[in-house]
Design a protein around this ligand. Structure first.
Ligand code: SAH
Length: 346
């Protein structure tokens, strides 16, 4: 397909250079003040010239950045070399730093009924550098907005795409982030619809970074889940429970728990009985956090649960001892909220 990996391309351009040079280039690319190859003043001039000619400084071209009304969320639309567009989001977090939300694929094949990205179908996986460059977009953006907090403290893989369907590139992107930034492993969350063979793989993968995982459960009822998450199947829930127990045994500790995400859809999965099912399912596993996500409007025929039913659902979970948070929705007015990431019609 010709999406050459940047690192190997640079290595092939300079076969005689020692490893530290390649490391030096990689480190420099993550520095705020470095905006093009010429800014890496420690490199020999000839190397910079070759890089200028042969390697784009970023795999992404920013087309537009939108800010929401509250000024706490920003969405970038960026073009990849093959011409398609992807989206990435920068949002203020409760600690006053920034969390970025990155896309892992162009489109998505999972077709969850309530998600706008699912409607696009899948075009292709993103390369690791195309994921990492979303971080670099925001770093550059913040450098140009000195009045904003400057620290990107968290990353969530919750943009377009299913990260576990792009396992190798997601892993490479995580490794690059941890090599080149101060972001710690428990400050990164990878969200997945629950691609069990891949989840199984990460349990036995010595190179998989110990990031937090969030599973998009959305229902603890077999039939309801199959209805809203079409990739689900009859024995998904018991298999997920079994995996989750082994995951927690391997990675779980005070700072590292497992999250179940749950989009609240009116009349579909939001009754007190649904909450009890979810509580029993979670409690049968162990230390599970539930994150309730208010449904963000997409043209999918679903409606958001009422505030009252979200509160009641939350109460039932807490009463059963399940630690639960309700996600604050940010950026809905610029279609930057969960499940809204799709090219906006202009
Ligand atoms: N493919 C990954 C990442 C998806 S986006 C996954 O399935 O986890 C992150 C979260 O947003 C997922 O839990 C997803 O189900 C949820 N989401 C999708 N559409 C939504 C919508 N319209 N409103 C609220 N949340 C949504």
């Amino acid at each position: 397909m010709g999406y050459e990996n940047r690192k190997s391309k640079i290595a092939s351009l300079f076969p005689k250079e020692p490893d530290f040079r390649l490391k030096q280039i990689e480190t420099a690319m993550f520095q705020k003040e470095v905006k093009c190859w010429d800014d890496i003043s420690t490199l020999p001039a000839l190397m910079r010239e070759i890089l200028n000619k042969e390697v784009p400084f970023s795999s992404l071209k920013v087309e537009n950045i939108y800010a929401n009304g509250a000024g706490d969320t920003f969405k970038a639309i960026a073009q990849v070399a093959s011409g398609e567009e992807i989206e990435t989001v920068l949002m203020k977090n409760p600690r006053g730093h920034f969390t970025i939300c990155v896309s892992s694929q162009i489109g998505c094949a999972m077709r969850c009924g309530f998600c706008a990205t699912g409607k696009m179908g899948l075009t292709r996986n993103l390369e690791a550098e195309e994921i990492v460059d979303q971080y670099r977009i925001w770093q550059t953006y913040l450098a140009g907005r000195p009045e904003l907090p400057q620290l990107i403290s968290n990353i969530v893989y919750m943009g377009m795409g299913e990260p576990m369907a792009n396992y190798e590139n997601v892993k490479l992107s995580l490794q690059s982030i941890f090599r080149n930034t101060d972001i710690g492993e428990t400050h990164v969350t990878v969200s997945t619809v629950g691609v069990l063979p891949r989840l199984e793989m990460l349990l036995n993968d010595p190179d998989w970074p110990h990031v937090r995982m969030a599973i998009s459960l959305h229902s603890a009822d077999r039939e309801i889940r199959k209805e809203i998450v079409p990739t689900s199947y009859d024995d998904f829930l018991p298999k997920l429970a079994d995996w989750s127990k082994r995951y927690l045994k391997r990675f779980g500790n005070r700072r590292h728990h497992l999250t179940f995400e749950y989009v609240m859809l009116r009349g579909v999965n939001d009754s007190p009985n649904d909450a009890r099912l979810l509580a029993n399912f979670s409690n049968s596993i162990g230390d599970i956090r539930v994150n309730l996500i208010p449904y963000n409007f997409t043209d999918c025929g679903f409606q958001s649960s009422t505030k009252e039913s979200i509160i009641e659902f939350h109460e039932v979970l807490e009463k059963h001892g399940v630690t639960t948070t309700v996600r604050k929705t940010q950026g809905e007015d610029i279609a930057a909220a969960c499940g809204q990431l799709i090219k906006m019609e202009s």
